[in-house]
Design a protein around this ligand. Structure first.
Ligand SMILES: CC(C)(COP(=O)(O)OP(=O)(O)OC[C@H]1O[C@@H](n2cnc3c(N)ncnc32)[C@H](O)[C@@H]1OP(=O)(O)O)[C@@H](O)C(=O)NCCC(=O)NCCS
Length: 286
């Protein structure tokens, strides 16, 4: 097992140092997770990381692990968890996870959640050992850029459907006034209202502007991809109409962490989106 870990709050080091540790802890992961101070600051702002309760694990003077905790009210969300490659498989993950759960309890949180990629059996087992269980699956869906003609339109970054006359454009701020009325299935953490309000998004909607029946918000991320950050609808028919409209928008689109049982998942798959990966959302009461 090795010597006990020394656990310190992330707030005791610079954001750059925490970002470097985060990057090291995710080496060899399914996709590159690489942060610098600026990119981590963006996530802190969008996802409400709590740096006083996020943790760094040291073995002597070496950083061996990172556990990022985001907080909204009494809910906590583990925004990133990893052990540096040379220290894996020696109980470090268990030590850090125990410290994270204890810290979340001390901070007065009632619930802890996170996502784990479906193939990540090691992480899932660790979280189950800590008392977490899978509550639902979240899908990552992608629609590749369409024909060449659409590419030219995509450069304008417009999300106006080319043939859907009924859809209007409105600011995210205006449409988000209808957030609570139009979500039958609770969105994943990164797509909750607090994240959406902090992001730079644009919207399209169906129905009366004063009381839309459905809306979608999209935004361009620093990685160059256009993400659908919010999907909202009054019912199944409206969800279908919205997904059909998204299918007509030009350029590649990604929908991250759409709940499998949401009213949008099946229509998106019918309208040209493909599942590229899925995550298990895991939760525990504290
Ligand atoms: C997942 C990760 C955090 C586990 O940390 P670790 O220090 O290697 O884990 P531990 O040695 O404490 O092992 C704890 C438990 O995790 C599971 N586990 C760890 N490595 C595993 C592996 N290679 N295969 C299967 N299960 C594994 C086991 O259940 C293990 O308990 P056991 O040894 O009694 O079987 C680490 O592999 C990692 O950082 N991976 C890259 C980043 C990542 O995937 N983060 C999670 C994102 S959700």
């Amino acid at each position: 097992m090795g010597a006990p870990l020394k656990i310190v709050p992330a707030a005791t080091v610079s954001l750059e140092a925490f970002a470097a540790a985060f990057t090291d802890a995710f080496r060899g992961y399914y996709h590159t997770v690489s942060h610098d101070g600026a990119s981590l600051a963006r996530r802190v702002r969008l996802e409400q990381y709590d740096l006083a309760n996020s943790l760094l694990a040291y073995d002597g003077r070496e950083v061996v692990g990172v556990a990022a905790l985001a907080v909204r009210g009494r809910r906590g969300w583990c925004a990133g968890f990893g052990i540096v490659p040379g220290s894996r498989g020696r109980g470090r993950g268990r030590g850090l996870m125990s410290a994270l759960v204890a810290r979340a309890r001390e901070a007065g949180l009632r619930r802890l959640s996170l996502e784990v990629m479906a193939p990540n059996v090691a992480a899932r087992r660790l979280y189950e050992w800590a008392g977490m269980s899978v509550t639902r699956d979240l899908l990552v869906l992608e629609r590749a850029a369409a024909r060449a003609g659409d590419e030219a339109a995509a450069r304008g970054a417009s999300i106006t459907p080319r043939r859907a006359r009924a859809a209007g454009e409105a600011s995210a701020e205006e449409l988000l006034a209808h957030y609570w009325r139009l979500h039958a299935e609770p969105p994943a953490w990164q797509r909750e209202l607090a994240s959406l309000l902090a992001a730079d998004l644009r919207g399209l909607y169906f129905g009366p502007r004063a009381r839309p029946r459905a809306y979608a918000l999209t935004g361009r991320a620093p990685d160059g991809n256009t993400y659908v950050s919010d999907l909202a609808a009054a019912g199944a028919a409206e969800a279908e109409e919205l997904c059909a409209a998204l299918a007509r928008t030009p350029g590649a689109l990604r929908v991250v962490n759409e709940p499998e049982q949401s009213p949008f998942a099946a229509p998106l798959l019918r309208h040209g989106f493909a599942e590229v990966t899925r995550q298990h959302e895991m939760t525990m009461e504290l």
